[in-house]
Design a protein around this ligand. Sequence first.
Ligand code: ZN
Length: 119
Amino acid sequence: MGLLGNEKLRFIVRSGWRGTCPRCSQASMFRGWLKLVDRCPACGLDYGFAHADDGPAFFALCITAFPLVFVAVWLEVTFSPPWWVHALVSAPILALGCLGSLRPFKGWLVASQYVNDAP
Ligand SMILES: [Zn+2]
């Protein structure tokens, strides 16, 4: 493929963010929330090239945990709440943050693998 530099990056970001096939952009690369399809239903791209199983979870956790620490510290300093308030506030942020960021992360990894490994 003739994608270089910014164009390549833009393509990866767009494909990953929308979760669409990195080759044809016509169909979703996901079968469930995070499960990849085996083959693109639109262009037949085989997703066997994608090995993005562990990476996204790690990235998503880091990205979510980092601001969460600030929120927790801010809560503690400002309100000095009992521990269960922290649990109540942190749990949904962590869950939403992970679930919400995992999918685009996985999409980005798959798209970048496709762009970089494509013959
Ligand atoms: Zn496709």
